[in-house]
Design a protein around this ligand. Structure first.
Ligand SMILES: Cc1cc2nc3c(=O)[nH]c(=O)nc-3n(C[C@H](O)[C@H](O)[C@H](O)COP(=O)(O)OP(=O)(O)OC[C@H]3O[C@@H](n4cnc5c(N)ncnc54)[C@H](O)[C@@H]3O)c2cc1C
Length: 550
């Protein structure tokens, strides 16, 4: 056993939430903070160029960026599918280092419904200071609901810089009557909108850049990479540290407070290994049971040669958010997104991101190295009724958990996705796609859209090909302490164990109707304030200067 490390706080996982927590908690110089990250520790200046590209897929390059993904992780998306690779970020920055860099906020109604589940303080009005504090919006920073000097830059490219799929989607959607919306991060908004990104000067900005880099010089913050946490050490009902393998040697970090930020796959896994879960000997809680995602269907857009974007051009600039008005659906429950390009795969069968080329999971879109991959029209349900599960396959921390996402299990999800497929077919047949795209397919093998002849065929295609968006959440659900679905209380405290928090996307009571990176950062900002007893979020910025990419 290596030398035991001691601290006031130990933060487990340095992703979208963990970097926020480490930076905010170490803002108090009297508190010793240790951040443990399973993957590489890296400085902003060391990022590989693929991670900085405005083409977010490049960060999934299997060679240059291999250390920044969890190898071998799999999930089953629907009962009609086998297990397939499941992408999660690894190393400081977590999934913010490898994601699509789409910077969109949860809807005001998402926060209001979280508050309505017995989570006081989480309404939109109460979250707005955190949404402002975290961002530096290049386009709308001077508006009351935006921020101008936070750690995460948000920008939108002008239409002159858009790609072929962006133009086609915008034109087709506006032609059939959808409204134009300048800013989906405003308090209201529906329709066709520029899709913001967390980038500055043509380069990705991760949470490692925005939050951790400016805090690194603090003497009370210790960052440890290559540090895989097995479990939380609980003594007398209180968390007193974690068991961790640092550079191959098992040791302990003893701390007064433990904050899990290992993400919606690994935070529940750590809890389960610690005896905290269904029927668990330390605390019996529904860990791993409330899993949610945005189910995703893909249309593959094969560009004409002259319409192929360059390798580093932004992969998406436009989205259409709309309300299906079908049973149980709330406002803006659905999303359609244009993707200008994917990456050409060197050899599909060798790619760890492509398990089934004929069906074409979206993960395959990022596995290659070169430009030339088809574009995509992506359809997903922003509101999801289905719930997935996660359980341990083994107590060994090197064995991945079993993830059943159960996408489209709830008939309400299948119905709205089927309706969305009809809307997508209307869009791609409108003529707006013809100039740039010579063929539109329903899989990587090139089967044309005419194969989707009727609803039965569409349902089967959806169940067989449905993918995830990388937005897994809800596996350690936050709720009122007397709610049987609750794992943490509205302050992120694990029920029944003193001194233990979860503060990442695992705690979402319900998947927001938006991509999940900004919502995770916002939640982490609020939970950090609750942990430290700060009450004025705007005053708590504490010198976190805005940091660009390298
Ligand atoms: C491929 C992909 C594309 C996406 N695209 C977008 C997008 O464009 N826009 C958007 O808003 N959202 C996107 N998302 C989702 C978004 O990035 C995530 O929801 C968000 O980053 C989750 O933050 P987190 O802190 O919960 O987890 P993560 O950011 O995943 O961080 C968890 C961290 O914990 C570490 N860890 C795990 N286990 C251990 C352990 N045992 N010990 C120590 N450390 C551990 C991990 O290595 C990781 O660094 C995408 C996600 C993926 C995977």
């Amino acid at each position: 056993m290596g030398k035991v490390i001691e601290a006031d706080w130990v933060v487990v996982g340095g992703g979208s939430a963990g970097c926020v927590l480490a930076a905010r908690l170490s803002g108090d110089p009297t508190q010793e903070v240790v951040l443990l990250e399973a993957g590489p520790d890296w400085r902003s200046a060391e990022a590989p160029p693929e991670m900085r590209s405005m083409n977010g897929w490049r960060a999934l390059d299997e060679t240059a960026c291999a250390p920044f993904q969890w190898p071998g992780l799999e999930s089953r998306r629907s009962s009609a599918q086998e297990r397939r690779p499941h992408v999660r970020g690894r190393g400081l920055g977590g999934s913010s280092s490898v994601n699509g860099m789409i910077a969109i906020r949860a809807l005001p109604g998402d926060y209001d419904s979280w508050a309505s589940y017995g989570c006081p303080g989480w309404s939109y009005e109460e979250m707005l200071p955190y949404l402002r504090r975290m961002e530096s919006d290049a386009d709308f920073g001077d508006r009351p609901h935006h921020g101008a000097d936070g750690p995460i830059p948000v920008q939108r490219l002008g239409r002159e810089a858009w790609g072929p799929a962006d133009h086609a989607l915008a034109e087709a959607a506006l032609d059939i009557g959808h409204a134009w919306c300048d800013d989906h991060n405003g308090p209201t908004g529906t329709g066709v909108s520029p899709y913001g990104s967390n980038a500055r000067d043509g380069a990705r900005v991760t949470v490692n850049d925005g939050y951790l880099e400016p805090a690194r010089q603090r003497p009370n913050l210790r960052i440890v990479g290559d540090a895989t946490v097995d479990q939380v050490i609980v003594e007398g009902g209180r968390a007193v540290g974690v068991r961790v393998r640092v550079e191959g040697t098992w040791t302990q970090v003893r701390a007064a407070r433990v904050v899990l930020c290992a993400g919606a796959v690994h935070s529940p896994s750590i809890l389960l290994r610690s005896g905290i879960g269904p029927g668990g000997p330390v605390a019996s809680l529904p860990v791993g049971e409330g899993m949610q995602e945005h189910p995703l269907a893909l249309f593959w857009l094969h560009q004409r040669p002259e319409a192929r974007p360059g390798l580093d051009e932004r992969q998406t600039n436009c989205c259409l958010r709309y309300s299906s008005r079908l049973a149980g659906a709330s406002e803006n429950d659905m999303m359609i997104v244009s993707i200008n390009q994917t990456l050409a795969l060197p050899d599909m069968n060798d790619s760890h991101l492509v398990a089934d080329g004929a069906r074409g999971t979206w993960g395959g879109a990022g596995g290659g190295h070169a430009s030339g991959g088809p574009g995509l029209l992506c359809l997903w349900a922003n509101q999801e009724f289905s719930r997935g599960t996660l359980r341990l396959a083994s107590p060994d921390p090197d064995v991945h958990p079993v993830i059943e996402q159960n996408l489209l299990n709830d008939p309400g999800d299948l119905t709205r996705m089927r309706d969305g497929v009809h809307r997508c077919l209307e869009l791609v047949r409108s003529g707006s796609f013809d100039a740039a795209f010579e063929h539109i397919a329903v899989n990587l093998a090139g089967t044309g859209i005419d194969a989707l002849t009727d609803d039965t065929t569409i349902d089967r295609w959806l169940l067989e090909t449905i993918g995830d968006t990388g937005h897994i959440c809800g596996t350690c659900r936050m709720s009122a302490p007397d709610d049987p679905r609750a794992v943490v209380d509205p302050a992120g405290r694990v029920l029944g164990v003193e001194g233990l928090w979860v503060a990442d996307a695992s705690v979402f009571p319900e998947v927001p109707r938006a991509n999940t990176n900004l919502p995770t950062i916002a939640a982490a900002e609020r939970l950090a304030d609750l942990m430290t007893g700060r009450t004025n979020p705007i005053a708590a910025v504490e010198g976190l200067a805005v940091q660009g990419g390298s």
